[in-house]
Ligand binder design. Sequence first.
Ligand code: GDP
Length: 289
Amino acid sequence: MFGTLTDSFTNAIKKIRFHDDDKALSKALNELKKNLLKADVNHKVVKELIQKVQIRTKEKGIGKDQFLEALRETLNELLEVGGNKGFVFAPNPPTVILMTGLQGSGKTTTTGKLATYLKNKGKKVLIVAADLQRLAAVEQLRQITSAIEVELYEDEATKNPVEVVKAALKYADSKIFDVVLIDTAGRLAIDDELMDELKAVKDAAKPDEIFYVADSLTGQDAVRTATTFKEKIGIDGVILSKYDGDAKGGVALGLSSQVQVPLRFIGMGEKMEDLEVFLPERIVNRLMG
Ligand code: GDP
């Protein structure tokens, strides 16, 4: 699942032949470093990870098992950054989520996937069409919601997303929805107009959480744009889309610690079922084979 990233751990672990000395540890760490950089993990993240594994292994006494334990601990720590995991329901329904992201990142598809995930848990979900910038966005949501049989709130009469959101939330309260997913406008690049609109939608929606959908194929740009969204409007989680197409996979390893926001889900394909909760422990198990 994690392509080159998984290989980098299995290769490094396979090559480790410990003879209880510093030299053997250095060799193993160098192998790991080389592989992680090849998998596109951010160099600062790699440096920190290697240092921690080195210190921890030495503390435990150099040996293969100790090295594996140190690696596991360090990876868990790296992926555990920043709070909530998966989907978190608000104490009082509906849980309101703002879906944000740049155009083409997979935001609209991911909104449909998240709705499918929640529907499969027995939740009543409303999707709100508040991306009124891109003409095709509402039509795309119509198709998605009709395929997954989830209700869509839209208002063709207005171009003002704030109005749509306010009316949608009133509607959601009256019909007792568990979750409201608001699909907001995306643009090709971050600009002031996009951020101003998002802020206005955020103020109207008072969301429980804001998710940022980042395209893993854009590599470190995904980290940079997520950081900008965090600074400008505040985000509570990242969903990494198109991870199935990312042969290297390294961006998933560094993202939480680089942005200081937890990675909550990963998109693993174009189908509505292709969304996985990002659970650090499970990921570490997969990575370490
Ligand atoms: P938006 O502009 O951000 O709303 O992006 P869309 O939701 O329209 O997605 C853009 C393209 O990416 C579409 O062709 C989606 O099918 C595709 N896409 C979205 N998520 C994934 C994913 O996890 N894996 C793959 N392979 N494709 C995806």
